[in-house]
Design a protein around this ligand. Structure first.
Ligand code: FAD
Length: 224
């Protein structure tokens, strides 16, 4: 078992910022990072913006965390912390020792369905790859969530000439922070006060049912 001077659980932008902070104070200490994701830290905001309009490529969003001389353990989810022994175990029962431990586990999207067939809980680079590779097969997407990212994803899919239905429970998109005219310009159909309670990409409210070939959930995050 390797014992790190600094062990970080999480592989997002906060973890990358922590590595930069550590390195500014301690250029030589050993740093280990465990991430559930296959990709090293990358900038998440372009996933719903510049990756879709061609201004940014996937290789441009890498945070370059490797250049700070760290051990990156991809697809390793920390499942147990032993504070007495100063160790962390992952899902494969591998153990990592630490002197200092940082939790940077961020959040994960809220799930609204029990059966996730055909649903992307859009948050990661893997989700982006799944969606972009899926575009040739599907014409109609339901995007659930009327916040910033839901609207951005609706616009992104419209920019690929897909039919998009944006579903949100509030009276107004983004709680009134956005202009409906902006969405109408993209010919996005909005459905107010829809409640999502069904499965298999079928959304239902008051007996009404909407079908979509693929659904993309952006329903906010649950902090870990
Ligand atoms: C599509 C999209 C667009 C966005 N656009 C904007 C924007 O324009 N402006 C803005 O300010 N914010 C934006 N955000 C939000 C911003 O990206 C987040 O606030 C930021 O990514 C949070 O970083 P984080 O490192 O704290 O957490 P996360 O990004 O959630 O990263 C946490 C990481 O920890 C990993 N992890 C979790 N649990 C474990 C575990 N037990 N073991 C190992 N690894 C674990 C996760 O897999 C993940 O890699 C956007 C988010 C998304 C998804």
């Amino acid at each position: 078992m390797k014992r790190y001077d600094y062990l970080i659980i999480g592989g997002g932008m906060a973890a990358d910022a922590a590595v930069q902070g550590i390195r500014s104070l301690d250029p030589g200490g050993s740093i280990g990072m465990l991430s559930s994701e296959p990709d090293a830290p990358y900038r998440r905001p372009p996933l719903s913006k510049d990756l879709w309009n061609g201004k940014t490529k996937v290789e441009d969003i890498d945070c370059d965390t490797y250049s700070h001389n760290i051990d990156f353990h991809s697809e390793r989810t920390a499942v147990r912390i032993n504070r007495a022994e100063l160790t962390v175990s992952d899902q494969h029962h591998d153990t990592y020792g630490y002197r200092r431990l940082l939790l940077a586990t961020g959040g994960r999207p809220r799930s609204l369905t029990r059966d996730d067939v055909g649903v992307i809980h859009y948050r990661t680079l893997e989700d982006y790859r799944t969606l972009i590779n899926d575009l040739d097969n599907k014409e109609h997407y339901a995007v659930a969530g009327g916040g910033f990212i839901g609207c951005e994803m609706a616009a992104a899919l419209r920019s690929k000439e897909k039919k998009v239905s944006l579903i949100f429970p509030e009276d107004t998109l983004g709680g009134g922070r956005f202009l409906l005219s902006w969405l109408r310009r993209w010919r996005i159909i909005t459905k107010k006060r829809e409640l999502i309670c069904s499965q298999d990409s079928k959304f239902r409210r008051s007996g009404r049912r909407m079908r979509a070939r693929r659904s993309c959930l952006k329903t906010g995050v649950r902090f870990l």
